[in-house]
Design a protein around this ligand. Structure first.
Ligand code: ZN
Ligand code: ZN
Length: 184
């Protein structure tokens, strides 16, 4: 049996075999026009989606955390407040009242600052990445992997609609989408 390109309607010469992705071996034989690097078109598209997903996660983490140092500082300031309340009750010293009020006020200032930075970063990310606000909402809810993949699937539905005038490309997108779903 002659070795053929994995795209059924393709008659071009085979130039290699796809090793697949780390968690999903492939084995497709491909031609020059149905491959990218060492991967077949299909695996390359899945890889691209995975990379994009990783990028979204990294950006979402950056928006959510803002600054680990500031978060720790906020925790210390906010934690000092109840300690001072105890100090006020037990010792009734002005010293504790001053520190208590000071740390509480400072913790509010830091909190507001973090929130403002978060909004700025979110806005910037929304300008750059499609559907990022929804993605970030899901991220915040600490959505599981399945929910994240359904976000990607939704984006791909949109893409296949866009390409629907080209039936071959649209069916490629649907096939890749089905593979993504199986990876849940
Ligand atoms: Zn081909
Ligand atoms: Zn492949």
């Amino acid at each position: 049996m002659a070795i053929k390109c994995f795209v059924s309607e393709c008659a071009e010469d085979v130039t290699g075999q796809c090793p697949g992705l780390a968690e999903e071996p492939c084995g497709h034989f491909y031609c020059g026009s149905h491959s990218r690097g060492k991967l077949c078109d299909e695996c390359a598209a899945v890889q691209e989606q995975q990379n994009l997903f990783q990028e979204y996660c990294t950006v979402a983490e950056d928006v959510y955390k803002v600054s680990p140092g500031l978060n720790i500082l906020w925790g210390i300031m906010f934690g000092t407040f109840p300690l001072c309340i105890i100090g006020i009750v037990v010792e009734s010293l002005w010293f504790f009242i001053l520190i208590g009020v000071g740390s509480f006020a400072l913790s509010i200032v830091i909190f507001l600052y973090i929130e403002r930075q978060r909004k700025k970063r979110l806005l910037r990310a929304c300008e750059k990445y499609e559907n990022f606000e929804e993605f970030y909402g899901e991220y915040k809810k600490q959505a599981n992997k399945a929910a994240m993949f359904s976000m990607i699937a939704k984006t791909m539905d949109f893409t296949s609609d866009m390409l629907s005038s080209d039936p071959v490309q649209a069916s490629d997108v649907r096939r890749i989408r089905q593979r993504l779903e199986r990876m849940d």
